[in-house]
Design a protein around this ligand. Structure first.
Ligand code: SF4
Length: 466
């Protein structure tokens, strides 16, 4: 996953570029980068490894010394970016958010056409370099972006910085969001609208799927209108987005509270307190507590000083250790209580079982009822997130256990009224060691977001392709 940010300023854009990019730090943990236009009109890029430190600490020195009117930045999980090119379309820098699943086929085709790839990491083609090479196949940037959008499988939204301004393009299915905002002196574009308010920027428009816009000295111009076939990622609201952001004009925190309300409406239990697994489980828990009229209390505190949001160790062993150390259970609040514990989603269940439930039990919880803000995750994402495989999903592990083997037709397990679904949920509850477990129903998840189902991607819960 990646978050991207761009700004065109009547003055010096670097401070807004620095903070605006930094406000995407929850979207990636491997690389942070900026590109800007220097005094001679050339795009200059700077990329840093942020896997062991925060974006802020790697860029604050250089941001103090720079001056430029136009810039783009990104925080990524996989590919170093932005990248800068001197091409037949002129000089530009580019960064992307999304995922391309037919990368190897496209790269092979481009190599046949005499293109080369320089940014190889772990034997893998850099998505941003591939996207740039596709754009370079056409005679102008707009045609190149349209061509790229037609070729790729997955999703790519991008910012392309030229000496005259920034081209912004949202992916054709609208899976990844882009929003444009303005202040008196600056026009900005971002994956996350939470990057705007502290720079005095107000939301101007949410870009449409497939739309291409240009931000220059004279303001915003539409280069290609968008389409209405939006299939935005539902998971942005459930987990990946920042609470203060909005997509399609729908606020993340409000949706998470709605999720909690829907969970509470369908529940019969009367616990002493409601709690959330930090961070995103907290918003869901607040909604649950408001609806149920049961106090929300903090049973688990996240110790962030010294760790930093971006600190993601490379090995599973180290990640587990950090997860163990970061969350601290408060036995004063927990001891003797019956707890509803809201979680955004249950992917593998490992951290929930080993580092959350076990801590609550050790701290004296009487019983623990886990409530997931979305349905069981059944399919690894093939549009935006590359971090899951079918095998590791806990719902698939449950199915394998119940059936005694992997099965291809899991339709009964997708039906929340079926006996097989109930068996799967019971197995997961027992596996993670809780008194009860309930998942949000799909219809309630969609109602909590407030968009019609045909405008959302729900693939990871339903397997319905876009
Ligand atoms: S499969 Fe899931 S995570 Fe991926 S884009 Fe669709 S809703 Fe989002």
């Amino acid at each position: 996953m990646s978050g991207i940010f761009g700004v065109v300023s009547k003055k010096n854009c670097i401070s807004t570029l620095y903070y605006g990019t930094d406000y995407h730090s929850h979207m990636g943990t491997a690389f942070g980068g900026i590109a800007y236009i220097n005094e001679s009109g050339t795009p200059v890029k700077k990329i840093r490894d942020i896997s062991n430190s925060q974006f802020k600490s790697k860029f604050h020195v250089c941001s103090d010394k720079l001056s430029s009117g136009y810039g783009i930045g990104s925080i990524s999980d996989k590919d170093p970016q932005p990248l800068a090119f001197k091409s037949r379309l002129g000089r530009y820098a580019i960064c992307c958010s999304g995922m391309v699943t037919n990368k190897e086929e496209l790269a092979a085709e481009l190599i046949k056409r005499h293109c080369s790839f320089n940014e190889i990491e772990n034997n893998s083609i850099n998505t941003t370099e591939l996207v740039a090479n596709l754009i370079n196949q056409k005679d102008n940037i707009i045609d190149g972006i349209v061509y790229m959008q037609e070729c790729i499988k997955g999703s790519v939204s991008l910012l392309l910085l030229t000496p005259d301004g920034i081209y912004c393009a949202r992916d054709k299915n609208g899976i990844t969001p882009l929003v444009i905002g303005q202040s008196e002196d600056e026009t900005a574009v971002a994956s996350e609208s939470c990057s705007f308010p502290n720079r005095g920027i107000s939301i101007k428009k949410f870009m449409e799927p497939g739309e291409i816009a240009f931000i220059g000295k004279d303001g915003i111009s539409t280069k290609k209108p968008g389409n209405k076939n939006c299939r935005i990622c539902s998971f942005l609201w459930i987990y990946t987005g920042f609470p203060a952001s909005s997509y399609e004009n729908i606020n993340v925190e409000a949706v998470r509270e709605n999720c909690g309300r829907f969970l509470a409406k369908r529940d019969r239990i009367r616990p002493n307190l409601v709690a959330g697994v930090p961070d995103s489980g907290i918003s869901h828990a607040i909604g649950y507590a408001i609806e149920a009229g049961i106090p929300y209390r903090r049973v688990l505190m996240k110790y962030t000083p010294g760790y930093g949001r971006s600190y993601t160790p490379l090995t599973q062993d180290k990640r587990d250790r950090i997860a163990l150390m970061k969350l601290i259970a408060d036995s004063e609040i927990i001891n003797g209580n019956s707890i509803v514990l809201c979680e955004d989603s249950i992917v593998r269940g490992t951290q929930l079982k080993n580092y959350t439930i076990s801590k609550l039990k050790d701290a004296g919880a009487k019983d623990i009822h886990v409530r997931s803000a979305c349905p069981p995750i059944m399919f690894p994402c093939k549009y935006m997130l590359s971090t899951r495989t079918t095998k590791e999903l806990i719902a698939r592990q449950a199915i394998r256990h119940i059936e005694g083997k992997d099965i291809s037709d899991i339709s009964e397990y997708l039906d929340s009224s079926s006996e097989k679904y109930k068996k799967m949920v019971s197995w997961i509850a027992e596996h993670i060691g809780v008194s009860s477990l309930r998942y949000q129903l799909l219809d309630d998840t969609i109602a909590a977001i407030g968009l019609p189902k045909h405008r959302l991607c729900t693939y990871c819960w339903t397997g319905e392709e876009i």
